[in-house]
Design a protein around this ligand. Sequence first.
Ligand code: B12
Length: 223
Amino acid sequence: MALLEDFRQAVIAGDADGAAGIAAGIASEGKASADEVIASLSAAMEEVGGKYETGEYFIPEMLRSAAAVERALQVLDPYLFERRQEYAGVVVMGTVRGDIHNIGKDIIISALRASGYEVHDLGVNVSADKFVARVKEVDADLLLLSAFTTSTRQALVDVLSALEAAGLRDRVKVVSGGAAHSEELAQEVGVDAFASDVKGTLAICRELLGGKHLPGSGGETGC
Ligand code: B12
């Protein structure tokens, strides 16, 4: 689809107005699926990351491309994911301490909200204590941790230790994901599951809750 290629180019060029305009075209034509749009923007950001690695781009260029994606996602949000009415559960999500990447987190949050989850977005650079306090406050079913740089390993461990210390580790399932994150790292730090994309995340969340909030299960809260 030509629009998707134009979209990719606008993101790489860091052209926020262009990306938002093309996103509006994609939404009104309704021809590209969420998978295709996310694949296109992920490929663009992959290329931006490549340009950063080779010294062609620096932080300001990466920030411009990220801003272009964010503007486009604001336009696309109502169209991207199929909306479901049923209540699916309570999620707390954020990017761990020391890490300020947010695009992947925001896409996952959009998909979860569309799928009926009540999501509490704590933003980026979130401390272990803040995660734990919110999990307790909202009695979360799931805690989703975004970690995009390999240096965030300790931050993941800190969240799990803080949950344990607060006596909450058995009450909430923890899922991690994000660029530069892997199944091996997830297993090593001891989260319950790892996912690398939207589909995988939705499937894992459903599986971990095991139908807890489905009608007739006795777990609905009516939110
Ligand atoms: C944009 C970007 C930035 C922007 C972020 C802006 C923003 N608003 O987010 C800025 C310029 C701030 C930035 C800064 C830095 N960055 Co940067 N950045 C990127 C870049 C190019 C794109 C990331 C992105 O948005 N991808 C698109 C989204 C859609 O994909 P995603 O994040 O992977 O998310 C998907 C999945 O991972 C998953 N997912 C995401 N979160 C979660 C959570 C859960 C629970 C689950 C289940 C799934 C899931 O679903 C998403 C949708 O499919 C990547 C390169 C890359 N290839 O990813 C580097 C990259 C992540 N950055 C990197 C680095 C090194 C840095 C800096 C340290 C650079 C520096 N020298 O200062 C700083 C770190 C700052 C900090 N403290 O966090 C490295 C990390 C390498 C590593 N192994 O640690 C990368 C991989 C680039 C590289 N190749 O070197 N960066």
